[in-house]
Design a protein around this ligand. Structure first.
Ligand code: AMP
Length: 512
């Protein structure tokens, strides 16, 4: 079934409900969104695109984004939402690799992209024939003559999700209606139900995981709110929650930290919030405890990855808000339990399932796991083995099924033959009041193999000796950082994740 049937259904049920808002203003209702989708679908069809063809979207969050996405689906096409912060050369590569026929983009970026595309991109193996379109005026206008939704199968590609490509070229995770539907059902079943009029704010890029969260709101007649700033601004976000009420949004842990700081400065609890769903990177215990105290009982956590979109495990609000539970702190430090449509298992390097308490690679199997990587059979076979998606994350399950993540396997530090999970050291450092942010990496070392190096953003003056003394009070001696580097900020991608690969190369340059 084509996902566009959801929009058609909602437009029939709740034609006058606000569908997309731009800041505090309603941009369109559901009847208008269905019309826009049909206008977009007609426009794409008129350019000769046929079901299954790809259309790239390269723009910051704006209200047209969702109309373009639904129009693409209405026509039976495959959307390729592309990170707005990428360089035109990277976009050209993605357009070429996905075989996108059109790149829909913002006016300011079109010229640079056209130049790169005319030169054939930066990879002769993937020349892009894409047409660049930045005049998006066809999205809005009079109601079009009705257009039938193009038939699509459950496993036909709908969304190609290019990974950030920290190791080599990005890979195009192929998501079909099946994964998007399961992911939506998981949200409604385990994060929260959605009623007509409930709001989903979009401070995070629509091209990434946060964008997937708009789906349950379209299905249920909620309003998707694109901030006027087009991105994350803590004050704007809290003001939009107060305006729209019952407002939820996805936030990476760094964003949660900034919201907490803003709410603390304002001296009062934010109003209008339903749920802030955090995930995408480790949430440190100190940070979630702080956020709960300052913002209130509005948090749920998800753990997923592009390959299993937003839907491996969930830590629901009722668990996070139950401090009377005897194992409360362990649970809040975990990423929760398996979502209903997946099995989660922890395996050793030979693929054998490990018992509770033993750490190994987190593997997942079920309807929400990707179809595969677009045009990359070798990478698909490396990621999905014996029917299990190998996530590259290391963790352990407890006897009740709660999963605790230790780290990405490639971030593990082996020093003097002992395994050290950076996250544990980061948790310890963050418990010191002077530490605002910390990221821990391994630095190659002749004697030890690797030594632990901590990059620290301090909120008040503090010395390496003081942090060392603090670490001695909470972690094993051999896990303590051997070196501290105090920095003003940590390198992050535009989803707020610390880029450890970049930190390691910075460190290598510094050490050299
Ligand atoms: P991406 O595919 O870019 O969304 O990145 C997915 C990766 O982010 C996962 O494989 C994890 O390493 C990490 N991640 C996602 N959610 C969480 C979470 N709740 N806690 C810790 N790490 C997470």
């Amino acid at each position: 079934m084509n996902l566009a049937h959801w929009l058609q259904r909602t437009a029939a049920l709740y034609p006058d409900q606000a569908a997309i808002a731009h800041g505090a203003d309603i941009w369109c209702n559901y009847a208008e969104l269905a019309h826009s989708a049909q206008r977009v679908a007609r426009w794409l069809r008129a350019r000769g695109l046929a079901p299954g063809d790809r259309v790239a979207l390269w723009m910051t969050n704006r209200p047209e984004y969702l109309a373009l996405l639904w129009g693409t689906w209405w026509a039976g096409l495959v959307a390729v939402p592309t990170n707005a912060k990428l360089h035109p050369r990277e976009v050209a590569w993605i357009a070429g690799h996905s075989g996108s026929r059109i790149v829909l983009c913002g006016a300011s970026d079109a010229a640079a992209l056209q130049i790169v595309l005319r030169q054939g991109g930066d990879d002769a193996a993937a020349p892009s024939p894409a047409e660049v379109v930045s005049d998006l005026s066809f999205v809005r206008g009079a109601a079009p003559a009705p257009l039938a939704i193009a038939p699509r199968a459950e496993t036909d590609a709908a969304w190609l999700f290019y990974t950030s490509g920290t190791t080599g070229r990005p890979k195009g995770v192929t998501l079909a209606a099946r994964q998007l539907r399961w992911m939506t059902m998981a949200y409604l079943a385990t994060v929260q139900p959605v009623a007509p009029g409930d709001a989903c704010l979009h401070p995070a890029p629509l091209s990434h995981g946060g964008g997937l969260y708009h789906l349950p709101y379209v299905l249920q007649g909620g309003v998707n709110v694109v901030p006027q700033s087009g991105g994350f601004d803590a004050e704007e976000c809290l003001a939009l929650a107060a305006h729209w009420r019952n407002a939820s949004f996805f936030a990476a842990p760094t964003i949660v930290r900034r919201l907490t700081e803003t709410a603390r400065r304002s001296g009062r609890r934010p109003v209008g919030l339903a749920t802030i769903v955090y995930g995408g990177a480790p949430m440190y215990l100190a940070d979630i405890e702080d956020a709960l105290a300052v913002i209130g009982p509005h948090f749920a956590q998800i753990y997923g990855q592009g390959e299993c979109p937003m839907t491996i495990t969930v830590l629901p609000r009722h668990v996070i808000n139950d401090p009377a539970q005897p194992r409360y702190r362990e649970r809040v430090a975990s990423v929760g339990f398996a979502q209903p449509m997946v099995e989660v298992s922890v395996r050793d390097t030979r693929g054998r399932e490990l018992p509770a308490g033993e750490s190994g690679e987190v593997c997942v199997r079920g309807g929400v796991v990707m179809e595969g990587y677009w045009n990359d059979l070798a990478a698909t076979q490396a990621a999905i083995r014996d029917g299990w998606l190998h996530t590259g994350d290391v963790g352990y399950l407890d006897a009740d099924g709660f999963l605790t993540l230790l780290d990405r396997s490639k971030d593990l530090i082996i020093s003097g033959g002992s395994n050290i999970y950076p996250r544990e050291v980061e948790e310890a450092l963050l418990a010191h009041p002077a530490v605002a942010e910390a990221s821990v990496i391994g630095r190659p070392d002749r004697e030890w193999g690797e030594v632990v190096v901590a990059y620290v953003v301090a909120r008040e003056p503090v010395t390496a000796e003081q942090l060392d003394a603090h670490c001695l009070t909470c972690i094993a001696r051999f896990k303590r950082p051997k070196h501290y580097c105090f920095v003003d900020e940590l390198p992050k991608n535009n989803y707020g994740k610390v880029l450890k690969t970049e930190l390691r190369s910075l460190d290598a340059r510094g050490a050299a």
